[in-house]
Design a protein. Structure first.
Length: 274
């Protein structure tokens, strides 16, 4: 359906200002006075903690798709790490992602790739997206959980506390690198799953959308770039189906399984004979 100018949703100025502020402050990381290997190390660790453990493993494979079972304390740790990625609270993130899968690349998809790379990458967040009104319908399993509600409401204050801890430990440079630059990196790497993997790569399975397997997105996102595999079998805990489709998040799930912290792991039918 073509949306006329009069039908376009209004801009979400709070999101625009929020994103612009984070990106602008992140530029200060490139000042020589703010560089240190300590800052690089902290940023790398927090990138892994928030992008891999928080978003990829926590928000996505565990909560959104329930690809495996885990003790409640493990679930809350994963959700908390996801909240540290500052991409919104877990309820709204999961709800919008489930809506995306229901309508992928069709009318109703909040980041429909048919509307262009820019739209699916980040433009969809800068308007009052109609999909936001339907989040509660898709999150009945989590929307009354007190811990989820806490992370949903306070994910920005949580980030502020982390920033204060980094300032206490290493001053302004750790804040600029560990908070602002790290958030920019996690933002765009995550958004590439919405944009690049619906445009670049190869198709292995029928998925009724434009999802692709994109190797470089998979490397940046710890396995999320095998997106066509995922859209064909969205409940599979493993996204890299071939031996050369590196899926570091899958290895993390197997690590949790070894210690009895991940059970009832779901796999695509094509993997069950391995």
């Amino acid at each position: 359906m073509t949306v006329t100018t009069s039908e376009k949703p209004p801009l979400a100025w709070h999101i625009i200002i929020y994103m612009a502020t984070i990106h602008l402050v992140a530029l200060f990381a490139f000042l020589p006075s703010n560089f240190s290997w300590k800052a690089v190390g902290v940023t790398a660790f927090l990138y892994w903690l928030t992008a891999c453990i928080g978003i990829t493993l926590g928000y996505h494979r565990f909560v959104s798709h329930r690809s495996f079972d885990a003790p409640k304390w493990v679930e809350y740790v994963l959700v908390f790490c996801g909240a540290l990625a500052c991409q919104g609270g877990p309820i709204s993130w999961v709800g919008l992602h489930r809506i995306h899968h229901k309508y992928s690349d069709h009318e109703g998809d909040p980041h429909d790739s048919n509307k262009g790379f820019w739209w699916s990458h980040m433009g969809w967040m800068f308007i009052k997206n109609p999909a936001n009104q339907h989040v509660s319908k898709y999150t009945k399993d989590i929307q009354n959980d007190p811990f989820y509600l806490f992370c949903e409401k306070y994910f920005i204050p949580i980030q502020v506390v982390l920033g204060l801890l980094l300032f206490w430990w290493g001053g302004v440079s750790l804040v600029v690198w560990g908070i602002f630059l790290r958030l920019v990196l996690v933002f765009h790497v995550t958004w590439f799953v919405n944009s690049a993997t619906h445009k670049f790569g190869y198709v292995s399975h029928e998925s009724n959308d434009h999802s692709r397997n994109c190797w470089w997105v998979a490397l940046l996102t710890f396995g999320e770039g095998w997106h066509n595999n995922h859209h064909a079998y969205q409940y599979s805990a493993r996204h890299g189906f071939q031996w050369w489709e590196l899926d570091l998040t899958w290895f993390t799930i197997k690590f949790l399984e070894f210690f009895g912290l991940a059970k009832n792991i779901k796999l695509a039918p094509v993997l069950k004979t391995d």
